[in-house]
Write a protein that binds this ligand. Sequence first.
Ligand code: F6P
Ligand code: MG
Length: 447
Amino acid sequence: AAPPCPPLSGQHRNSFAFTTITKRLPVILAKAVDDLTRTSYALGRDSATSSDDTVQAKREEAKQLLSQLGEIRYELQRDRKLKPIAADHDGDSEHWNRLLQTHFPDGTWLSTPWLVSECYMYRLVRGVFARSTHWRDHDPFARQKQEALQHSATTVNALVGRFHAILRDAATADDHMSATAFAELVNVSLWGNGTDLSLLPNLNAEQTASLQAAMTSEDAHHHTIANDLPALWELVAPLREARIDIILDNAGFELFCDLLLADWLVQSGRARVVHFHAKQIPWFVSDVIRADFDWTHRALRELECFTTLSHHDDLVAMLDRWQSHLSAGRWLLEADPFWTTPYAFWHLPSHAPSLWRALQQSSLCIYKGDLNYRKLVYDCMWRPDTPFHEAIGPLHTAPGAPPLVALRTCKADVVAGLAAGKAEALSLACPEWMVNGEYAVIQLSKP
Ligand code: F6P
Ligand code: MG
């Protein structure tokens, strides 16, 4: 189906789509090349168990993968036509190719809707690894995701200090305490989306700490330009033993923040079960895949940057509880293939019917981050004062649509649901407000 208004696209030279396709994506590819080079180089040193022959074969194959990654970059930088995706183990290449053939037969990187060409790049990269013999499970972004969490140790410590008792005792909190904890944790989860790798790929630990401090400060909350938090609390306060879904965005620090919120939902008795939705393949650099989820739990427990934190004992107590949520099925991690298609969520009911039926059981779906927001509102050029529920189309109007909330820091030039005149005022105050990650929205749809 066609988008309800013109799609964002790299054809517009002063758009963030153009900047992304011409400047950001080549850097992201270069970093994937760098990772594979380093991993391949380190092979002999790290893998005591592999024979020389295997190391040699892996290294040889890595050279071919590097040249394929280089080719993607070459075509992207010359704005070539989007070619069909070669078949691989992920099995959705035919689907992709039908979509390209039917809707964008002559589409190039810049002329195809931004959402499609950007998803296409991550799918191509996945294909390079999926078709290989030795590198099928390699995530070219894992190293960056892991470093980013380690750079966040100072903020992790501060958050554990702030929340460990609140979370432990959430079941006995009075209404006022519960409302305050919930509001704080929603803000932590929201602003956890502020520091992401595709936008800020080169932050060191010190820069990360100061950015995260700025993001979680009172001042940042004034940058929430549409704020349905009071209505969200009205919805969440009376819940008992409900199902809640979190459509995750980024690994590392953001995931840690989301787990704090999920812990409160369970500990306070609002949720019987929280379903986390991760990605099935490496996506948009920092998005959570299953391996990141598992790694995070281990890393927080074991890595020196965390074991030396002043609140590490409280962190371990928290991790033990999280482990018990997982083993008792109070926390479930899923990864539906729909989340890594190029489709806007307007297509969720028709293109992923079983996922949709599952979400219909939810008392609240929490959609994290910028890309999920773009997909909710079909990544097209809405007037910023279009009502949010209108911009999410079927996710508001379809029969049995569950309530949803978007927690998103703004990193793309699309937004809906602002008060009339707000966008104009923001443009005067800060011309970059739509894309610099310093402004955010909390937007609720309650069908
Ligand atoms: O590059 C496209 C984009 O959606 C940006 O707009 C944003 O910087 C990035 O990807 C990912 O953001 P998020 O992790 O919040 O979805
Ligand atoms: Mg992301």
